[in-house]
Design a protein around this ligand. Structure first.
Ligand SMILES: [Zn+2]
Length: 135
């Protein structure tokens, strides 16, 4: 069956020994060799596809993060309404494990609206954190 170029016939059955078959076979084999070649540009094309996939994944991850942030912020709004927002929730070992309960400064809450830790507890924690050795 003869190929009919220019007639919009993209799929044409050809004999296994036809020049068309030989050319396609050679092209595909060369492509495989190209992908396997560490100097090849093919992995870059593959990377572009992978990057598109990563981007999609990243966007859906960001969407989930946004939803999580909304949930946490809505919880904070409820805490404001019930008057429990803005107090330190850090358990103090020197106070029978009771929450510190100090009021967190407005300055700190403006910067970190979801913090449950007052500046005093934050500084205490930083002091007890293992230090990184510097040369
Ligand atoms: Zn505190």
């Amino acid at each position: 069956m003869p190929a009919n170029p220019g007639m919009g016939q993209e799929v044409v059955l050809v004999g296994l020994d036809s020049p068309r078959h030989a050319e396609l076979h050679a092209m595909l084999v060369a492509r495989i060799a190209d992908i396997r070649n560490p100097q090849s540009t093919m992995p870059i094309i593959a990377l572009v596809d992978a990057a598109a996939e990563v981007e999609t994944e990243l966007w859906s991850h960001l969407e989930r993060m946004k939803e999580d942030a909304i949930i946490v912020l809505q919880r904070a709004v409820k805490q404001v309404e019930t008057g429990t927002y803005g107090n330190c929730r850090v358990r103090r070992h020197d106070h029978d494990n009771q929450p510190c309960n100090r009021r967190i400064s407005m300055r700190r809450l403006r910067k970190f609206p979801l913090t449950g830790k007052c500046g005093t507890c934050e500084r205490k924690e930083l002091r007890h954190r293992p230090q990184i050795r510097r040369r």
